[in-house]
Design a protein around this ligand. Sequence first.
Ligand code: GUN
Length: 296
Amino acid sequence: MTVIDGEAVAAELRSELQSRVDELADAGERPTLATVLMSPDPASETYVEMKQQDCEELGIVTRDVELPTDAPGEELFTAIDELNADPEVDGVLVQAPVPDHVDYRRVVERIDPLKDVDAFHPENVGRLVAGYPRYKPCTPHGIQRLLAAAEVDPAGKHAVVVGRSRIVGRPMANLLVQKAAGGNATTTVCHSRTEDLASQTRQADILVAAAGVPELIDGAMLSPGVVVIDVGINRVEADTEKGYELVGDVEFESARETASAITPVPGGVGPMTRAMLLYNTVKATALQADVEIELP
Ligand code: GUN
Protein backbone atom coordinates (compact mmCIF):
# COMPACT_ATOMS: atom_id res chain seq x y z
CA MET A 1 0.00 0.00 0.00
CA THR A 2 1.39 3.36 -1.06
CA VAL A 3 0.59 6.68 0.59
CA ILE A 4 0.91 9.12 -2.31
CA ASP A 5 3.12 12.03 -1.24
CA GLY A 6 1.54 15.15 -2.72
CA GLU A 7 4.14 17.41 -1.12
CA ALA A 8 6.98 15.59 -2.89
CA VAL A 9 5.27 15.56 -6.30
CA ALA A 10 4.39 19.24 -5.92
CA ALA A 11 7.97 20.12 -4.93
CA GLU A 12 9.31 18.39 -8.04
CA LEU A 13 6.85 20.29 -10.23
CA ARG A 14 7.67 23.61 -8.58
CA SER A 15 11.33 23.03 -9.28
CA GLU A 16 10.55 22.36 -12.97
CA LEU A 17 8.42 25.50 -13.09
CA GLN A 18 11.23 27.49 -11.51
CA SER A 19 13.39 26.81 -14.54
CA ARG A 20 10.53 27.96 -16.85
CA VAL A 21 10.23 31.18 -14.86
CA ASP A 22 13.98 31.65 -15.40
CA GLU A 23 13.57 31.00 -19.14
CA LEU A 24 10.82 33.60 -19.31
CA ALA A 25 13.01 36.05 -17.39
CA ASP A 26 15.77 35.50 -19.97
CA ALA A 27 13.21 36.44 -22.62
CA GLY A 28 12.40 39.62 -20.67
CA GLU A 29 9.11 38.36 -19.22
CA ARG A 30 8.27 38.41 -15.53
CA PRO A 31 5.21 36.25 -14.77
CA THR A 32 2.75 38.29 -12.71
CA LEU A 33 -0.32 37.04 -10.83
CA ALA A 34 -2.92 39.47 -9.49
CA THR A 35 -5.04 38.25 -6.59
CA VAL A 36 -8.28 40.01 -5.75
CA LEU A 37 -9.74 39.58 -2.29
CA MET A 38 -13.27 40.68 -1.38
CA SER A 39 -14.30 37.64 0.60
CA PRO A 40 -16.58 37.59 3.64
CA ASP A 41 -14.78 34.42 4.79
CA PRO A 42 -11.82 35.26 7.07
CA ALA A 43 -9.99 32.09 5.94
CA SER A 44 -9.78 33.50 2.40
CA GLU A 45 -7.10 35.98 3.42
CA THR A 46 -4.85 33.12 4.53
CA TYR A 47 -5.48 31.22 1.30
CA VAL A 48 -4.55 34.27 -0.78
CA GLU A 49 -1.40 34.83 1.28
CA MET A 50 -0.39 31.21 0.70
CA LYS A 51 -0.87 31.60 -3.05
CA GLN A 52 1.20 34.80 -3.06
CA GLN A 53 3.96 33.15 -1.07
CA ASP A 54 4.04 30.19 -3.47
CA CYS A 55 4.44 32.64 -6.35
CA GLU A 56 7.18 34.68 -4.72
CA GLU A 57 9.24 31.56 -4.00
CA LEU A 58 9.40 30.96 -7.76
CA GLY A 59 10.02 34.58 -8.72
CA ILE A 60 6.45 35.11 -9.92
CA VAL A 61 5.47 38.72 -9.18
CA THR A 62 2.23 39.25 -7.27
CA ARG A 63 -0.24 42.09 -7.25
CA ASP A 64 -2.47 42.34 -4.23
CA VAL A 65 -5.89 43.94 -4.69
CA GLU A 66 -8.17 44.06 -1.66
CA LEU A 67 -11.68 45.48 -1.53
CA PRO A 68 -13.92 45.92 1.51
CA THR A 69 -16.71 43.34 1.62
CA ASP A 70 -19.34 46.10 1.56
CA ALA A 71 -17.95 47.80 -1.57
CA PRO A 72 -20.36 47.92 -4.51
CA GLY A 73 -19.97 45.11 -7.02
CA GLU A 74 -19.06 47.69 -9.67
CA GLU A 75 -15.81 48.37 -7.81
CA LEU A 76 -14.83 44.75 -8.16
CA PHE A 77 -15.72 44.76 -11.86
CA THR A 78 -13.66 47.93 -12.39
CA ALA A 79 -10.68 46.36 -10.58
CA ILE A 80 -10.94 43.30 -12.85
CA ASP A 81 -11.19 45.51 -15.96
CA GLU A 82 -8.02 47.35 -14.94
CA LEU A 83 -6.10 44.11 -14.40
CA ASN A 84 -7.40 42.75 -17.71
CA ALA A 85 -6.11 45.85 -19.47
CA ASP A 86 -2.72 45.86 -17.72
CA PRO A 87 -0.13 44.25 -20.02
CA GLU A 88 2.14 43.45 -17.06
CA VAL A 89 -0.51 41.25 -15.43
CA ASP A 90 -0.61 37.68 -16.77
CA GLY A 91 -3.07 36.04 -14.38
CA VAL A 92 -6.10 37.32 -12.47
CA LEU A 93 -7.58 35.33 -9.59
CA VAL A 94 -10.61 36.54 -7.65
CA GLN A 95 -10.70 34.55 -4.44
CA ALA A 96 -14.09 32.93 -3.84
CA PRO A 97 -16.44 33.37 -2.11
CA VAL A 98 -17.46 36.93 -2.93
CA PRO A 99 -20.11 38.71 -0.81
CA ASP A 100 -23.78 37.88 -1.46
CA HIS A 101 -24.49 41.21 -3.16
CA VAL A 102 -21.99 40.37 -5.91
CA ASP A 103 -22.94 37.87 -8.61
CA TYR A 104 -19.99 35.46 -8.73
CA ARG A 105 -20.95 34.32 -12.20
CA ARG A 106 -20.56 37.85 -13.52
CA VAL A 107 -17.18 38.07 -11.76
CA VAL A 108 -15.90 34.95 -13.50
CA GLU A 109 -17.22 36.12 -16.87
CA ARG A 110 -15.52 39.49 -16.44
CA ILE A 111 -11.99 38.03 -16.26
CA ASP A 112 -10.08 37.95 -19.57
CA PRO A 113 -10.11 34.22 -20.49
CA LEU A 114 -6.39 34.42 -21.30
CA LYS A 115 -5.72 35.61 -17.72
CA ASP A 116 -8.13 33.13 -16.12
CA VAL A 117 -5.61 30.99 -14.25
CA ASP A 118 -8.39 29.32 -12.23
CA ALA A 119 -9.88 28.10 -15.56
CA PHE A 120 -13.37 28.99 -14.34
CA HIS A 121 -14.39 31.26 -17.27
CA PRO A 122 -17.03 29.62 -19.50
CA GLU A 123 -14.66 29.89 -22.47
CA ASN A 124 -12.04 27.84 -20.64
CA VAL A 125 -14.65 25.41 -19.27
CA GLY A 126 -16.04 25.03 -22.80
CA ARG A 127 -12.63 24.37 -24.29
CA LEU A 128 -11.95 21.71 -21.68
CA VAL A 129 -15.28 19.96 -22.31
CA ALA A 130 -14.77 20.21 -26.08
CA GLY A 131 -11.40 18.50 -25.72
CA TYR A 132 -8.95 21.34 -26.42
CA PRO A 133 -8.18 22.79 -23.01
CA ARG A 134 -6.22 26.04 -22.62
CA TYR A 135 -5.92 26.05 -18.83
CA LYS A 136 -7.08 23.13 -16.72
CA PRO A 137 -8.61 23.84 -13.31
CA CYS A 138 -5.99 23.43 -10.59
CA THR A 139 -7.39 20.61 -8.45
CA PRO A 140 -8.38 18.13 -11.20
CA HIS A 141 -5.21 18.93 -13.13
CA GLY A 142 -3.16 18.34 -9.99
CA ILE A 143 -4.90 14.99 -9.49
CA GLN A 144 -4.05 13.96 -13.05
CA ARG A 145 -0.41 14.76 -12.27
CA LEU A 146 -0.54 12.86 -8.98
CA LEU A 147 -1.91 9.76 -10.71
CA ALA A 148 0.82 9.98 -13.35
CA ALA A 149 3.49 10.36 -10.67
CA ALA A 150 2.12 7.27 -8.90
CA GLU A 151 2.27 5.46 -12.27
CA VAL A 152 -1.48 4.98 -12.36
CA ASP A 153 -2.74 5.26 -15.95
CA PRO A 154 -6.54 5.76 -15.97
CA ALA A 155 -6.83 4.30 -19.51
CA GLY A 156 -9.34 1.45 -19.52
CA LYS A 157 -9.89 1.70 -15.76
CA HIS A 158 -13.17 2.48 -14.06
CA ALA A 159 -12.88 5.89 -12.42
CA VAL A 160 -15.61 6.88 -9.99
CA VAL A 161 -15.82 10.57 -9.07
CA VAL A 162 -17.90 11.35 -6.00
CA GLY A 163 -19.02 14.99 -6.22
CA ARG A 164 -20.22 17.13 -9.12
CA SER A 165 -18.89 20.58 -8.23
CA ARG A 166 -18.00 23.09 -10.91
CA ILE A 167 -14.41 23.32 -9.63
CA VAL A 168 -13.56 19.67 -8.95
CA GLY A 169 -16.06 16.89 -9.68
CA ARG A 170 -17.29 17.84 -13.13
CA PRO A 171 -13.94 18.95 -14.62
CA MET A 172 -12.29 15.88 -13.04
CA ALA A 173 -14.77 13.59 -14.80
CA ASN A 174 -14.22 15.50 -18.04
CA LEU A 175 -10.46 15.03 -17.86
CA LEU A 176 -10.71 11.35 -16.93
CA VAL A 177 -13.09 10.51 -19.77
CA GLN A 178 -11.19 12.43 -22.43
CA LYS A 179 -9.35 10.71 -25.27
CA ALA A 180 -6.01 12.09 -24.12
CA ALA A 181 -3.08 11.23 -21.88
CA GLY A 182 -4.28 10.94 -18.29
CA GLY A 183 -7.79 10.14 -19.53
CA ASN A 184 -9.46 7.26 -21.37
CA ALA A 185 -11.14 5.99 -18.19
CA THR A 186 -14.64 4.61 -18.03
CA THR A 187 -16.01 7.33 -15.81
CA THR A 188 -18.93 7.46 -13.37
CA VAL A 189 -19.98 10.63 -11.54
CA CYS A 190 -21.82 10.18 -8.24
CA HIS A 191 -23.45 12.94 -6.18
CA SER A 192 -25.81 13.66 -3.31
CA ARG A 193 -28.78 12.16 -5.20
CA THR A 194 -26.97 8.94 -6.14
CA GLU A 195 -28.84 5.90 -4.82
CA ASP A 196 -26.70 3.24 -3.14
CA LEU A 197 -23.39 5.08 -3.34
CA ALA A 198 -21.45 2.04 -2.08
CA SER A 199 -22.54 -0.07 -5.05
CA GLN A 200 -20.95 2.54 -7.32
CA THR A 201 -17.76 3.14 -5.31
CA ARG A 202 -17.12 -0.63 -5.10
CA GLN A 203 -16.77 -0.66 -8.88
CA ALA A 204 -13.94 1.88 -8.79
CA ASP A 205 -10.39 1.14 -9.84
CA ILE A 206 -9.73 4.84 -9.21
CA LEU A 207 -11.90 6.70 -6.72
CA VAL A 208 -11.86 10.51 -6.52
CA ALA A 209 -13.70 11.67 -3.41
CA ALA A 210 -14.74 15.31 -3.75
CA ALA A 211 -18.07 15.55 -1.95
CA GLY A 212 -17.03 17.78 0.95
CA VAL A 213 -18.52 15.36 3.47
CA PRO A 214 -16.18 14.22 6.27
CA GLU A 215 -15.29 10.52 5.97
CA LEU A 216 -18.22 9.79 3.64
CA ILE A 217 -16.39 6.81 2.19
CA ASP A 218 -14.95 3.99 4.28
CA GLY A 219 -13.04 0.81 3.51
CA ALA A 220 -16.24 -1.27 3.27
CA MET A 221 -17.29 0.84 0.26
CA LEU A 222 -14.10 0.03 -1.67
CA SER A 223 -12.78 -2.93 -3.61
CA PRO A 224 -9.28 -4.32 -3.06
CA GLY A 225 -6.54 -2.56 -5.02
CA VAL A 226 -8.42 0.70 -5.60
CA VAL A 227 -6.41 3.93 -5.94
CA VAL A 228 -8.03 6.53 -3.67
CA ILE A 229 -7.70 10.28 -4.27
CA ASP A 230 -9.16 12.25 -1.38
CA VAL A 231 -9.99 15.88 -2.21
CA GLY A 232 -11.86 16.60 1.03
CA ILE A 233 -10.47 19.05 3.56
CA ASN A 234 -13.04 19.06 6.35
CA ARG A 235 -12.67 20.61 9.78
CA VAL A 236 -14.15 18.40 12.45
CA GLU A 237 -14.23 19.08 16.17
CA ALA A 238 -11.43 17.31 17.99
CA ASP A 239 -9.61 17.34 21.27
CA THR A 240 -6.58 19.18 19.85
CA GLU A 241 -4.94 22.53 20.59
CA LYS A 242 -6.95 24.20 17.83
CA GLY A 243 -10.16 22.42 18.81
CA TYR A 244 -10.45 20.77 15.40
CA GLU A 245 -8.67 18.44 13.04
CA LEU A 246 -8.68 18.07 9.27
CA VAL A 247 -10.19 14.95 7.79
CA GLY A 248 -10.83 13.96 4.21
CA ASP A 249 -13.94 12.62 2.51
CA VAL A 250 -12.44 9.16 3.02
CA GLU A 251 -11.94 7.36 6.30
CA PHE A 252 -8.18 6.94 5.94
CA GLU A 253 -7.54 4.10 8.38
CA SER A 254 -10.16 1.71 6.99
CA ALA A 255 -9.54 2.71 3.35
CA ARG A 256 -5.81 2.05 3.54
CA GLU A 257 -6.51 -1.58 4.41
CA THR A 258 -8.21 -2.08 1.03
CA ALA A 259 -6.54 0.44 -1.28
CA SER A 260 -3.33 -0.08 -3.25
CA ALA A 261 -2.58 3.65 -2.99
CA ILE A 262 -4.19 6.59 -1.20
CA THR A 263 -3.59 10.31 -0.80
CA PRO A 264 -3.40 11.63 2.77
CA VAL A 265 -5.21 14.71 4.14
CA PRO A 266 -3.36 16.99 4.51
CA GLY A 267 -0.39 16.45 2.19
CA GLY A 268 -2.08 14.85 -0.79
CA VAL A 269 -4.18 16.82 -3.24
CA GLY A 270 -3.81 20.24 -1.53
CA PRO A 271 -0.15 20.88 -2.39
CA MET A 272 -0.83 19.86 -6.01
CA THR A 273 -3.70 22.32 -6.32
CA ARG A 274 -1.35 25.08 -5.21
CA ALA A 275 1.38 23.99 -7.62
CA MET A 276 -1.02 23.92 -10.58
CA LEU A 277 -1.88 27.58 -10.02
CA LEU A 278 1.81 28.32 -10.55
CA TYR A 279 1.72 26.14 -13.66
CA ASN A 280 -1.23 28.06 -15.09
CA THR A 281 0.40 31.39 -14.29
CA VAL A 282 3.60 30.39 -16.09
CA LYS A 283 1.51 29.14 -19.02
CA ALA A 284 -0.52 32.37 -19.06
CA THR A 285 2.69 34.39 -19.29
CA ALA A 286 4.10 32.30 -22.12
CA LEU A 287 0.83 32.44 -24.07
CA GLN A 288 0.40 36.19 -23.76
CA ALA A 289 4.06 37.03 -24.35
CA ASP A 290 4.13 34.57 -27.24
CA VAL A 291 7.29 32.97 -25.88
CA GLU A 292 7.63 29.28 -26.61
CA ILE A 293 8.57 27.25 -23.57
CA GLU A 294 8.09 23.58 -22.95
CA LEU A 295 5.89 23.18 -19.91
CA PRO A 296 6.63 20.26 -17.56
N1 GUN B 1 -11.78 29.68 -3.15
C1 GUN B 1 -11.57 28.40 -2.76
N2 GUN B 1 -10.87 27.74 -3.71
C2 GUN B 1 -10.65 28.62 -4.71
C3 GUN B 1 -9.96 28.54 -5.96
O1 GUN B 1 -9.44 27.50 -6.37
N3 GUN B 1 -9.93 29.67 -6.69
C4 GUN B 1 -10.52 30.81 -6.30
N4 GUN B 1 -10.46 31.86 -7.09
N5 GUN B 1 -11.16 30.93 -5.14
C5 GUN B 1 -11.21 29.84 -4.35
